[in-house]
Design a protein around this ligand. Sequence first.
Ligand SMILES: Nc1nc2c(ncn2[C@@H]2O[C@H](COP(=O)(O)OP(=O)(O)OP(=O)(O)O)[C@@H](O)[C@H]2O)c(=O)[nH]1
Length: 395
Amino acid sequence: MSAGLGTDPLTLLAATMLLYFVACVAWLLLAMAARVAPRVSLGLALANGLLTAALACLSLRGQTSVWLAFWGADVLALATLASLRLVMPALSDGRDQASNPALAWPSALGLLLPAALALAWLPYEGDMRWQTRIVFGSGLALTLLAAVDAWRQLRARLSLRLASQLAAPLFVIALLLLLPLVNSLIRPTVAFDLLRNSEFQLAWGWAMLGLGLLINATMALLVLARVVLDIQRLTRLDPLTAVLNRRALSEAIDDEHLRLQRGKPYALVMIDMDHFKQLNDNLGHAAGDAALLRAVQVLSPCVRDVDRLGRLGGEEFCVLLPLTDLAGAALVAERMRHNMEASSFEWQGKTWPLTASFGVAEALPEDVSADAVLRRADKGMYRAKAQGRNLVQEA
Ligand SMILES: Nc1nc2c(ncn2[C@@H]2O[C@H](COP(=O)(O)OP(=O)(O)OP(=O)(O)O)[C@@H](O)[C@H]2O)c(=O)[nH]1
């Protein structure tokens, strides 16, 4: 037994195998039973499963064919890193452009397949320097691609420091894979063999075991963070139109009303689609839903990034315009009215005119709460309805 590292290679191998097997089962349960981020969880179950299988092949050396114990172990280990590379784009929630899933497959397969073919072609004999270079070279490339992908995605949402800390285990794994590669270039006659009882080999094995744990824990943390963010986002959005729902918009208006006391004005535009019942009755409820989506498509480009568009319910919308007075809000409302009238809505070959009535109100210092402003904007909207619809009325 090697002094100082407290175990023999086979025990270390068995412990590592057990760890990855447990991680594989845990990710599978998350994907199947709990349905938590299923694509990422399944990918990680696959990566942990492949590594367990690679280590199992390795541990059978001498008791099974050279193909399985050497080629099988090498290719399965590389497939582990390829699947890790493929998992990274799935970590994104699809809203950021930090990761391009279309590039993941060609790069993963482009490294894995040639390596597997080259390893099949080389005889597993002698110092095996070329096998070492192929396995650790392509493993290093796959890990670096996964690490850079993870870092870019994290960076799109987190601070530089946090993104670097979370992606660090993958970069350390890349560094660990670099060591045997460099070793085989400097000392080509000394083969890298995890089953050899040397200080370097054991230290490398321990480091991989620790990093495996760290990567699984980091990925669990990232999946959890994504689930929490998804839930937060879903509870704030209207499920049909994906604009803010009533509660989220009310919160935004209340926050803006607090700023009013610090001299920051704001205005509200209340919007109610005209004759929506007729549209539903003539074209059906599905057409009504599509018309609401069309309305959001028309209204959204009329507002700035700082403005907030929300659906209060039914065919009623409201826009919060920070740092805007009555005249400014009336201009925005008029633009919305005009664009709505000019827009076309088609449903199964039939064209239906879309118009809406608008009420505009500016928050005044004497308004004790945001409700008073909302009530005034509502009053303006009802006046627009009473005066024939498709109008903007200030209140
Ligand atoms: N398709 C669809 N219809 C909805 C939704 N929410 C509310 N509605 C319908 O919107 C219609 C609103 O009708 P009313 O309140 O009478 O208003 P209106 O027909 O637009 O008439 P005015 O407001 O006076 O111009 C009702 O028929 C509701 O069923 C929705 O999410 N989808």
